[in-house]
Design a protein around this ligand. Structure first.
Ligand code: ATP
Length: 884
């Protein structure tokens, strides 16, 4: 017998579980030991050895190793071993960098891994989906991706989309009744939920019947192709640039070797020097360092509560020019409190804060009690048409479920209704809330088996569906003038920034169809709730900072236009000339029409998720880079279409998280700003070390080229060149990747996404500093060598030290877009540490006697150092006085 053929009791019996208690911790443990984790085994890890060996697969490194081997065979042991060691150390550094990047990426994966809502030992909790075991009782909601195979035991209008499994993209209705037929395909097993499929509507409870490779998805998992590692646009651009630079470096190296041989240097010496130079000058590691910088930046973002799902988003973040943000929960706390109730044509004020159930109702400052007409029924209906519950933790009331619904429970408790007051009613059916319908209904049956429907929702959606209303004297026909009165009340509440919810009901008979279109009409309007949702404290400043950074903030909300406007004004988001558009106006406009006015719009109210897509498109047509937030299932298309899709870590659904490139762990708007700032900074840091590395390389090549042109001996020997490449290019470059942002990073407009790597003067900076570094090294060598023609090693030591020092000073210049004097060099302690360690290594190579023959160095005196320092500071100091 298959799971879908068994009735629920049978499934429970077989798996030794009851639906209302779930498994015990002990059973979970046993089953995990027996069946393992709930994961699909589709990816194999690359072995560490392979990653290590990969560091040496570069063509020029192989040539260098071969050349060194020949040198060793010819008896040049010292040089050969020194070069080998340097190459090996270089390999290790590359390996560790890659490991680090890999680790932070897998940590990211863990953070954004899906969770499941599971009942164990009678308590609901959220656990990582891979910890599910067979027999677990789980709850699934609209927007979830189902994480194991389930037998549905209770369905609330559940619909799932199973295209991942069956290719069929139309949603399938699911129920809980057993099916007697045999040999059913997955798509016909309509009481099962399958791993990897999506909940598009409703909710359900299910028992896990298959995990990991024992699911229907697991059976086809072996057919799934492993997703390729994606390359970010910047990594791609750099890889392309790298190819050009390789050719250029090889050409220049060949030139150095050619001229050297022509000038009479021994071919073998020139060959080894040439290959070393090529290895040093080719920025083969650039894309790798970029990945490291990106992933380190991503780790910093995690600390600021932003999880980046796609590395490429880090680059795009810096270009964002518009943030379209949901209001509820992102700009506001999503902590709803009913402050006013409109009933019988009168306003009642409700005291109390947050979810605390202490509070009273007042009519014109006089306390009212349950005897006030219809109030008790209204509050009871609010409790019945409700999926949330109130919990007390550490003496504080918390809402489990939708805060809007939680607020209704609190409002009822303030009037003395008890949590069990709704137990005499049975909910027969629920027509769920979604942001498109903006309403929710339940059909309930009382003790006398009388049925009625209760609908609550946005007032402007509910009123057109109402034909009656209640006042002190009872039910009356709802005429145009009565509607006008209610509309006024809605406006009044909304102008006070209150979120409004209307509630209505209608008696029905058992035979009435429960189709939402025919049943949610001719309602009796009972009253309005006005609830307060305070803005998050930090949002106002964040919006201001975004404005200074040239980023426009746009509020998008399902709430009433007036509520949205009031909150937007409160947050300083809506300038006096700014427009507020609502969903009805949006419906009348084409994308092009919207595009033409969109620069003036700051708030979109009463929108449905479909409108969001239109908004993204209109902004994009205006050339904007759009960041768009979303939480519900229907937000996914807009999130996908935007340049930076942002989803909510707490309230977001799996579907939106999967579509997004950034997840806000705290659902907070201010986190978007922090992420954009970090994104801008990471890009600037990448520019900084590209500048540093390439200028260093230009310097290294030029000093050799100039020396050969002037018929001088080699100013640097191969080990020295490789040492420079290893030490000065390694640590300081990494430290630049960790640099703090410049103060003005959020005071400039967003970066143009089409700008090239060398934009904003970077190319000039690289070439100009590179030439100067080459020149001062050459001058240092020439002057020393001319005065001591028989002590070549002395000249080479001076040249080597000057080159290293010039680079170590120049690294501070690379931190600044303006002049080097504009920033405090001690801000970046990593850099200070990197420079001091490079310096120490330099001193060891110069002064530790056993190393001198290996590195072709000799002692330097105080006067040498003064001479070296003056020369090596020149490239940085000279440009410090210009602003270029
Ligand atoms: P955003 O998150 O985009 O700022 P929102 O979450 O406020 O918007 P929706 O959740 O789509 O927007 O709500 C729109 C309207 O639907 C609300 O103003 C309210 O009147 C009504 N509404 C909200 N939640 C419920 C609910 N649980 N049941 C019935 N009606 C609701």
């Amino acid at each position: 017998m298959k799971w879908y053929q068994m009735d629920v009791d049978r499934v429970e019996q077989k798996l030794h579980v009851t639906t209302n208690r779930g498994l015990s911790a002990k059973k979970v443990d046993e089953r995990r030991k027996q069946f393992g984790l709930n994961v699909l085994e589709t990816e194999k890890n690359t072995s560490k050895w392979l990653i290590f060996l990969k560091q040496f697969q570069d063509f020029m490194v192989l040539v260098l190793l071969a050349a060194t081997l020949i040198a060793g065979l010819l008896g040049e042991y010292v040089d050969a071993i020194a070069i080998m060691v340097i190459v090996l150390v270089n390999g290790f550094i590359g390996f560790f960098q890659e490991q680090k990047a890999e680790k932070s990426l897998s940590k990211l994966k863990e953070l954004s891994a899906p969770v499941a809502n599971v009942l164990r030992d009678s308590e609901w909790s959220k656990i990582p989906s891979h910890e599910l075991v067979v027999g677990d009782v789980v709850r699934i909601n609209s927007g979830d991706r189902i994480s194991a195979d389930l037998r549905i035991v209770k369905s609330n209008s559940l619909e799932t989309e199973e295209s991942a499994l069956t290719g069929e993209s139309l949603p399938v209705m699911k129920h809980a009744t057993a099916i007697s037929k045999d040999q059913l395909d997955p798509q016909d097993q309509v009481n099962m939920g399958f791993m990897g499929t999506l909940v598009t509507r409703g909710s359900a409870t299910g028992i896990v019947v298959g995990t990991g490779m024992n699911t229907v998805m697991g059976q086809i998992a072996s057919l799934m192709v492993k997703t390729k590692k994606s390359v970010t646009p910047l990594e791609y651009k750099l890889a392309e640039l790298g190819k050009i630079l390789i050719v250029l470096a090889l050409f220049l190296t060949a030139l150095v070797v050619g001229i050297g041989v022509y000038q009479g240097h021994p071919v073998y010496n020139m060959f080894l020097a040439g290959v070393s130079l090529a290895v040093a000058a080719i920025p083969e590691g650039l894309p790798a360092i970029v990945t490291v910088a990106l992933s380190l930046g991503v780790q910093r973002m995690i600390k600021k509560k932003a999880i980046v799902r796609k590395l490429s988003a880090v680059e795009t973040l810096g270009c964002a020019s518009v943030i379209c943000s949901d209001k509820t929960g992102t700009m506001t706390e999503n902590q709803m409190t009913v402050k006013e109730v409109y009933i019988n044509g009168q306003y009642l004020y409700v005291s109390g804060d947050g979810y605390d159930i202490r509070g009273d109702y007042f009519l014109n400052k006089t306390k009212v009690d349950r005897a006030y007409p219809h109030l008790e029924s209204m509050l009871l209906y609010g409790m019945l048409c409700n999926n949330s519950s109130l919990q007390v933790k550490k003496g504080k009331y918390l809402v489990d479920g939708d805060p809007t619904e939680g607020a209704l429970l609190v409002a009822a408790r303030k009037m003395g209704l008890s949590p069990t007051d709704d137990e005499q009613y049975k909910v027969i059916k629920e027509i769920p809330f979604d942001s498109d319908r903006k309403r929710m209904s339940v059909i309930v049956e009382d003790e006398n088996k009388r049925r009625f429907i209760i609908t609550k929702g946005a007032p402007d959606v509910l009123l057109p569906r109402s034909s009656f209303f209640l006042d002190d004297s009872g039910r009356k026909l709802l005429r145009a003038e009565d509607k006008k009165g209610i509309d006024e009340a809605i406006n009044k509440m909304a102008e006070k920034a209150l979120r409004t919810i209307a509630i209505g009901m209608k008696p029905i008979s058992k035979n009435d169809s429960i189709d939402p279109i025919s049943i949610e009409k001719d309602l009796t309007f009972i009253g309005l709730y006005g609830m307060m949702d305070p803005p998050r404290k930090e949002v106002k400043t964040a919006i201001k900072e975004c404005k200074e950074a040239g980023i426009k903030t746009v509020m998008i909300t399902g709430d009433h236009e007036k509520t949205a406007r009031a909150i937007a004004i409160n947050l300083d988001l809506l300038p006096s000339e700014g427009l507020v558009l609502d969903g009805y106006q949006l419906n009348q406009m084409s994308v092009t029409e919207l595009r033409d006015i969109i620069e003036r719009v700051y708030v979109f109210a009463r929108v449905t998720p479909e409108h969001k897509l239109k908004i993204v498109q209109a902004f994009q047509e205006k050339g904007h880079i759009v960041a768009m937030t979303g939480d519900g299932v229907n937000d996914a298309p807009a999130i996908k279409a935007s340049n930076i899709g942002i989803s909510m870590g707490r309230s977001g659904t799996d579907v939106t998280k999967e579509a997004s490139s950034l997840i806000l762990m705290d659902d907070n708007f201010a986190t978007i700003k922090a992420a954009i700032k970090e994104g801008r900074n990471i890009y600037e840091n990448i520019r900084k070390f590209i500048r540093y590395l390439l200028a260093s390389n230009v310097g290294e090549i030029l000093v050799m080229l100039f020396a050969m042109l002037l018929a001088l001996p080699l100013p640097l020997v191969p080990v020295q060149i490789l040492w420079v490449n290893l030490v000065t290019d390694g640590l300081p470059a990494m430290a630049l990747g960790l640099d703090k942002s410049e103060e003005n990073v959020m005071k400039q407009g967003p970066r143009n996404p089409r700008e090239g790597i060398f934009a904003r003067g970077l190319g000039f900076k690289i070439i100009s500093r590179g030439i100067l570094i080459g020149l001062v090294t050459l001058i240092a060598f020439m002057l020393t060598y001319q005065n001591n023609p028989d002590n070549l090693i002395y000249g080479q030591t001076v040249a080597f030290t000057t080159l290293v020092m010039a680079q170590l000073i120049h690294v501070f210049d690379c931190r600044c877009e303006n002049t080097v004097f504009s920033r405090n060099p001690f801000e970046n302690m990593y850099l200070i540490f990197a420079v001091i360690s490079s310096l120490l290594l330099l001193l060891i190579v110069i002064y530790w006697e056993p190393l001198q023959p290996i590195f072709h160095t000799t002692f330097l005196g105080v006067r040498d150092w003064m001479f070296i320092l003056v020369l090596s500071a020149l490239p940085t100091v000279l440009f410090g006085f210009t602003k270029k």
